[in-house]
Design a protein around this ligand. Sequence first.
Ligand code: IMP
Length: 472
Amino acid sequence: MGLSNLVDGVQVAAVVCNQFGDTGKGKFSDYLASQWADVIARGTGGNNAGHTVVVNGKQRIFHLIPAGITEDANGKVNILGNGMVDDLEVLCGELDCLDAEGLSYNNLMISQDAHVILPCHVESDKAKNQSQKKGGIGSTGRGIGPCYTDKIARRGVMVRELFDKDVMARKLNKLKEYYPDSDFSDVVERLKPYADRIKPFVRDTVSEMHKFYREGRKILLEGAQGLLLSIEHGTYPYVTSSDCSLNGTATGVGLSAKAVDLPLGIVKFPFMTRVGAGPFPTELGGRQSEVYCAEDGHTITDELVYYGIPFEMKEGRPRYDKRNSKILDMIASSDEFLQGIGIRLAAGEYGATTGRPRRTGWTDAVAARYAVGINGPLMVLTKADCLSDTGDFNLCFGYQNTLDFSRDAGVLGKANPFFKRYDGYSEISSARDYCDLPKSLKTAIGDLEVFTRGKVLVVSVGAERDETIVRK
Ligand code: IMP
């Protein structure tokens, strides 16, 4: 089955993450955007997300604008939906980058109903939530939580209100009460150039979406973060402030989840990651790794220098041999903490938004089964290529203290995982047919399907668009 069979008869597809985010949604949204969709819409979160897209070897990272923007010149519409929180400065910065690259964004639409991240939100987030050392949950510090807090408390600023001086003055005056340490005196002036710049793109995107739907246009919903970080379904309070499930993503663009014919849940496999604080049962190195990743001074370059792995800087990023013998030795080590760092280096798992090291562990089939219950049975596996030639791998099929995935962070934090071990596999990036995948990988995928009662439809074997296997 090729892509055409996968999307045969599909009008609305969704790409959501079934783990803690950073599963490679960007690549897959870009793939569907370029090959299939007419309209690409994001419904939740803000610039806490970082979607990496690689086209012809060139890597681009978007934080707000959907990954389908590279297809604007082909008439595709990209929408920042009503459920999002928009930082206008960051948004305009992304427009600048598109300009610099000569990429068009004529068909971009920004929801008039999305909420605006204000300087007070960023300041408050940085002061209260960002630093795990100061008792925060390790937020991205982008003002997401405070902005959604004001939305829920019915005092937030919506995009459409930016253009009404009186409403802005009234709203900001009210907000001052809640952010006494913030300077509101020049907020309107600071926002004005950004508001003017985005004005031509501001629309009632819900009406537009309904029109596109009625016209039978092909719509792709691009998720952000991941189900296990959802405010509704995640490991509360170690979550983001939006509902990044399929339901929340659909609501965030003005559609019902029932409209989604092809809901795809992305699962990083056979390893997974988490950023920030919170329970992660399969984490390699457990608490030691969580504490280490929360400390400053462990960026990718710090780790490369510390472990003596040669690299050179190119376009601001270190380039290195991901199969360097020192990395392989770390993964083969009996010290799980070192193993986790080795996997991070082998897979390049550092935050696209913050540069933070991501905590690493084996893929958790119990969590995947929980996600299937909410986001549906169809799965896309990503990043398996990152662990080719690195030795045996494990999958978790149970915990000692709880039968199922628990949203109770206390219970999940004590969950002791049971693993099944599989043989390692060699290079898979050139595989284009499911049959060509190594036996041990296919066995593990089969076990995941049986355990979750899900179905793996796609296996991504590299960052490029064509490095994708759509299953027969
Ligand atoms: P916030 O979304 O910035 O409020 O952060 C809340 C939690 O979600 C923190 O643990 C973040 O590390 C995590 N988080 C937010 N966005 C992402 C993402 O795009 N990928 C992975 N983790 C994220």
